[in-house]
Ligand binder design. Structure first.
Ligand SMILES: [Zn+2]
Length: 60
């Protein structure tokens, strides 16, 4: 099951977040955004996404 990082909201599988290397995650997350162009993504700025990739909108 895929999970979302509590720190940066990245969606990933495995033990550690590939974006921030954190190991705090949640399996209850909602919404999904795929960021391809960080500079031009308003929602990415709004929810403070740190890099390109796949992120959850809300992490429970
Ligand atoms: Zn992370």
């Amino acid at each position: 099951m895929r999970k979302a990082c509590r720190k940066c909201k990245a969606i990933f599988e495995g033990q550690n977040c590939p974006v921030c290397k954190g190991n705090q995650f949640s399996e209850s997350w909602k919404g999904r955004i795929i960021v391809l162009d960080l500079e031009n993504s308003e929602i990415a700025k709004k929810i403070k996404i740190p890099s390109k990739g796949e992120f959850a909108i809300k992490v429970g």
